[in-house]
Write a protein that binds this ligand. Structure first.
Ligand code: FES
Length: 125
């Protein structure tokens, strides 16, 4: 029921762990299932996301979507990263079962929360 790409990112998740001295950290959770996702970003002076990592305490789909999301925003500007949608992450994973789409929402929210935290720290919102 999962695509090969989902299984790959679930079994070999990219960018796992906690960044040292991150520019922003976003923590989001799904109240229904209790899963939690944390995203760490390091942003340079040109507002480019130089490094990103995640920790997800959750289901396989949440782990695969957070892994894919980190790959999709690495090297992007924060403006570009803000445009990342959960639908784009699902598409990059070549699909998720319908009952697992909500898990991908966490990935979009975690990216946005990390950027919001970065902006708050820099006083730009
Ligand atoms: Fe909770 Fe997937 S079941 S995020």
């Amino acid at each position: 029921m999962y695509t090969e790409r989902v299984m790959d990112h679930f079994q070999n998740p990219r960018n796992v762990g906690e960044l040292q001295n991150p520019s922003g950290v976003g923590t989001v959770g799904n109240a229904k299932c209790g899963d939690i996702m944390q995203m760490f970003i390091k942003v340079n002076d040109a507002e480019v996301i130089e490094d990103v990592s995640f920790k997800t305490f959750g289901c396989g789909a949440a782990i695969a979507t957070s892994s894919m999301a980190t790959e999709m925003i690495k090297g992007k500007t924060i403006e570009e990263a803000l445009e990342l949608t959960n639908a784009a992450v699902v598409e990059a994973l070549e699909g998720l079962p319908p009952q697992k789409i909500h898990c991908s929402v966490l990935a979009e929210e975690a990216v946005k929360a990390a950027i919001e935290d970065y902006r708050k720290k820099k006083n730009i919102i």
